[in-house]
Design a binder for this molecule. Structure first.
Ligand SMILES: Nc1ncnc2c1ncn2[C@@H]1O[C@H](COP(=O)(O)OP(=O)(O)OP(=O)(O)O)[C@@H](O)[C@H]1O
Ligand SMILES: [Mg+2]
Length: 250
């Protein structure tokens, strides 16, 4: 008898187990995360949504090693974050994680190209020239590479930030409201680019957003309320995301 083999799947890029985060002490205690279990598949685009104060940024910061959880564990690939020292965490962030924030965090005195190459410079790594060309082509910034951030539109600046995150081929990119400061056209540009990088480069992306349209670019949307994961939507549309949010807030 032959067994039907299930397709071999890459292990998840990020796994959190029993994650809790308590801020403050005594009367001032805030339980920002109350036991979150979640896995983020490799090569998938996941959005995290939920009401203000539900723990989205806290979750992302704990997953990315920018903050330490009170209890529970986080794995990035085969590395467990819990127990790593500051220096090891810095190295892990540098080598395995890409970040995109709401404010573009570009260095104003460097050109677009220098900003994009910065993480590699810091890690003293050579750029994969093929990947570099592909990223520059995909972001559509070839003719803007010598410009300083102040000479670029908001959407172009955010695309530089996205290119900078992609260029070191991180195991996962964490994005906190990456289109929050953009008009809707620039936002759509950046989201389409994130989508393409998942499809064509196999990038893993975890994105916090308030915007149902932004979330609909993801493969999967998970919803937090009061520090707990309450539900998720796969193959989201703006409408299915909105319906779920309305139910959650109600
Ligand atoms: N440094 C901190 N000290 C104390 N409490 C904090 C701290 N950071 C966050 N909190 C609290 O933890 C809870 C979760 O905050 P978090 O920033 O994760 O929410 P969020 O879902 O990202 O909200 P928003 O949508 O408004 O960005 C909130 O009640 C917040 O007030
Ligand atoms: Mg937040």
């Amino acid at each position: 008898m032959t067994l039907i083999e299930t397709p071999r799947q890459a292990p998840p890029a990020v796994v959190a187990t029993g994650l809790t985060k308590v801020y403050g002490q005594g009367d001032a205690q805030v339980h920002a995360l109350r036991g979150v279990d979640i896995a983020f598949e490799t090569g998938a685009f996941t959005a995290i949504m939920g009401p203000s104060g539900s723990g989205k940024s806290t979750l992302m910061h704990c997953l990315a090693g920018l903050d330490t959880a009170t209890s529970g564990s986080v794995h990035i690939g085969d590395v467990e974050l819990t127990g790593l020292g500051d220096r090891q965490l810095t190295l892990l962030r540098r080598e395995r994680i890409g970040f995109i924030f709401q404010s573009f965090n570009l260095l104003p005195t460097l050109t677009a190209e220098q900003n994009i190459r910065l993480p590699l410079e810091i890690a003293a790594r050579q750029a994969d020239q093929q990947l570099y060309d592909r990223v520059i082509e995909t972001v559509g910034l070839r003719d803007r590479l010598r410009h300083k951030p102040s000479e670029l539109s908001g959407g172009q600046q955010q695309r530089v930030a996205v290119a900078r995150a992609l260029i070191s081929k991180p195991q996962v990119i964490f994005a906190d409201e990456p289109t929050g400061n953009l008009d809707s056209r620039s936002g759509a540009e950046v989201l389409a680019f994130l989508r393409t990088s998942v499809r064509e480069l196999g990038q893993t992306i975890v994105m916090v957003t308030h915007d149902p349209v932004a979330a609909s670019y993801a493969d999967r949307v998970v919803f937090l309320r009061d520090g707990t994961l309450v539900t998720e939507v796969t193959a989201p549309t703006p409408q299915s995301v909105l319906d779920t949010l309305v139910k959650l807030e109600g």
